[in-house]
Write a protein that binds this ligand. Structure first.
Ligand code: ADP
Ligand code: MG
Length: 320
């Protein structure tokens, strides 16, 4: 079973950033308002995520580390109406197959926390521990027992870069949550819970906002908001696209944005910006692959036209 879970883990866990994504999404699902991330050696040596969410009930702690144990299916009816970020119940179990995982959690009604470690099929605990309400997960020595996977890892700075970027995306989608990130004991990011605009400023910089056009448009159930870089902006910014609050990479959306820039400006330009698209969750599949960022729209053409139009309007309004 360990080998099988190690293979299954490869589906979800490619590198430290994939672990971090699952852990932070769990914290967000748990209603955390503060999320602290501590990394060592780009996360390969250690990834620690601490939150002040609702924690894990003592009866559920060992379950949480087992495959297909999720507390989140009950809250959803058909699978395409998933509201929480996770639904597969395999992330922690997969991590435990390829790393040493320690979960320490406390719920409001408990007098103390419980901690439990799983590593290579060996279980320690649960035993009492000290911690405030919430959950901490520590993932150590990723892929140390699976050298074939470990050799795909890159340098500390590259792996850290992926983690940092992942956290940016999650932080842009959740301005209501405070995020902190440390690497090798150095505090590098602190994004306090504020407005979306302040979060964008904190992450992309004042320059980005100064050189951007706000965008806000609706058509029936489709809604688009955010900031796109002004056509004349000197700086280049990355493109962050979110669908129903989730970061996505989607050719259709990217193409709609590029097309609008091209049609208005007649130039080749890869426009930067932060865009939030929302639509009826039943009309988009955000779970094409658990670890990937693809989406599938039921009415792709309508989405394309809407996004293209919204950008086109904004760009023509401000371009002589
Ligand atoms: P999923 O998120 O798909 O349910 P996971 O393997 O990521 O599966 O987590 C298993 C379960 O552990 C979750 O359903 C949840 O009940 C619990 N859990 C994990 N992380 C946290 C957390 N930070 N706070 C509260 N509960 C958590
Ligand atoms: Mg999860």
């Amino acid at each position: 079973p360990l080998l099988i879970s190690q293979i299954a883990a490869g589906e979800v866990i490619e590198r430290p950033a994939s672990v971090l994504k699952e852990l932070v999404e769990n914290s967000l699902d748990a209603g955390a308002r503060n999320i602290v991330v501590l990394l060592e050696e780009g996360g390969v040596r250690r990834i620690q995520v601490e939150d002040d969410g609702h924690g894990i009930h003592p009866d559920d702690l060992s379950l949480a580390l087992q495959a297909h144990a999720t507390s989140k299916l009950a809250a959803t009816d058909p699978l395409n109406h998933i509201v929480t970020l996770g639904f597969r119940g395999e992330a922690l179990a997969s991590m435990a197959a390829v790393a040493r995982v320690t979960v320490t959690a406390r719920v409001a009604e408990a007098v103390h926390a419980l901690t439990m470690t799983v590593s290579g099929g060996q279980v320690e605990g649960p035993r009492p521990a000290a911690r405030s309400i919430g959950c901490s997960v520590v993932v150590e020595d990723l892929f140390s027992h699976t050298p074939a996977r470990r050799k795909f890892l890159r340098s500390t700075s590259t792996e850290f870069g992926h983690c940092d970027e992942l956290l940016r995306r999650l932080a842009l989608a959740h301005p209501e949550v405070t995020f902190r990130l440390s690497h090798q004991g150095r505090a590098l990011r602190h994004w306090p819970a504020l407005t979306l605009e302040a979060r964008v400023r904190g992450i992309l910089g004042e320059d980005f906002l100064n050189q951007s056009l706000p965008i806000e448009d609706s058509a029936g159930p489709l809604h688009l908001s955010g900031w796109i870089l002004h056509p004349t902006a000197a700086s280049r910014a990355e493109q962050y696209l979110f669908v129903n609050g989730r970061f996505v990479r989607d050719r259709l959306l990217t193409q709609a944005v590029r097309q609008a820039y091209q049609d208005v400006l007649h130039g080749q330009r890869q426009p930067g910006g932060v865009l939030f698209l929302s639509l009826d969750p039943a009309r988009v599949d955000v779970n094409v692959h658990p670890a990937k960022t693809e989406v599938r729209f039921e009415e792709g053409q309508a989405v394309f036209r809407f996004v293209w139009q919204a950008l086109h309007k904004t760009l023509t309004r401000t371009t002589p």
